[in-house]
Design a binder for this molecule. Structure first.
Ligand code: AMP
Length: 283
């Protein structure tokens, strides 16, 4: 497994593989890898000749009062995990290599970036779109892999790829969960024991809402009300940032159900901000 730190060298390496007719699958991450991440690498391993991982805690997607400094970092553990999946190249750029002092260019996907998480994390998706675009230009992947856990991120990157004619195929992989349903996340490491137990209510609520929708017996406003009430039962949730049902393409909150419905939640608990979602298809 090759470890590359310099963007230009990563770019030259990718070019060489492409010239030899190899396909490149790329999984961007911020590290502190867990089985959710690893599921993306496994899928990429099955579908490509060369698998590239990036580990980069991207400063431009963190707000001034967010957790950039204390975001979990475990480069050695990550490298060990990537070896077991036979990842070919780990791209580990320094912050200064990605954002030199004279850096001036940012990329912003309108509308989609303002909804849901965007309303609570101004500038977040501008940082995400910018860094993913840079990484795609450096790595030149045929396929790029993302997790449905960050559904809004998927929509924004998909739109960026479409709008800017970026020559890569985006693959969205299912959310991997702990036994009690909590979506795996590097930020789960922030949870104290009681908070960890309480966090299972997020997925439990998503499943309960899914059952209510599928039963076809309840009007949507009632379902939304029950959804909020379930989450309000947990005193450790210090803030319910959003919890509702949204259009899967525009992220507008729905007033009536559609064929596909995004049920999404963001809550704060202890030092963590947790998000999760499911998509419910109805006939
Ligand atoms: P992150 O390191 O949090 O930036 O995540 C890197 C990629 O892994 C993103 O595409 C995430 O959506 C994906 N991911 C994170 N958690 C999970 C999970 N529990 N299941 C599947 N994919 C995930």
């Amino acid at each position: 497994m090759e470890i590359l730190r310099i963007p230009k060298i990563m770019q030259e390496t990718s070019k060489r593989h492409i010239q030899k007719g190899k396909t490149i699958g790329f999984v961007p991450t911020m590290g502190a890898l867990h089985n959710g991440h690893l599921s993306l690498f496994k899928r990429a391993r099955e579908e490509n000749d060369i698998v590239v991982a990036s580990i980069f805690v991207n400063p431009t997607q963190f707000g001034p009062n967010e957790d950039f400094d204390k975001y979990p970092r475990d480069i050695e553990g990550d490298i060990e995990k990537l070896r077991t999946i036979n990842v070919d190249i780990v791209f580990l750029p320094e912050t200064k290599a990605m954002y030199p002092d004279n850096f001036l260019t940012f990329l912003y996907v309108e509308k989609l970036s303002e909804k849901l998480c965007g309303a609570f994390r101004p500038g977040h998706f501008k940082g995400v779109a910018t860094v993913v675009n840079k990484l795609i230009n450096i790595i030149k992947p045929h396929k790029i892999y993302f997790g449905q856990k960050d559904y809004q991120q998927c929509l924004i990157i998909r739109k960026m790829i479409e709008d800017l004619n970026i020559d890569t195929e985006m693959i969205i992989c299912p959310t991997i969960r702990e036994k009690d349903g909590l979506a795996m996340s590097s930020r789960n490491a922030y949870l104290k024991e009681k908070e960890r137990v309480a966090s299972a209510l997020i997925y439990k609520t998503l499943v309960a809402v899914s059952d209510l929708i599928k039963s076809n017996k309840h009007p949507l406003p009632k379902i939304k009300e029950q959804m909020l009430n379930m989450l309000k039962e947990e005193p450790l949730f210090s803030e319910i940032q959003y919890a509702s049902i949204y259009d899967t393409e525009t992220l507008e909150e729905l007033t009536e159900l559609k064929k596909n419905n995004l049920v999404a939640i963001a809550v704060k608990i202890g030092d963590a901000r947790l998000i999760d979602n499911i998509i419910i298809e109805i006939n």
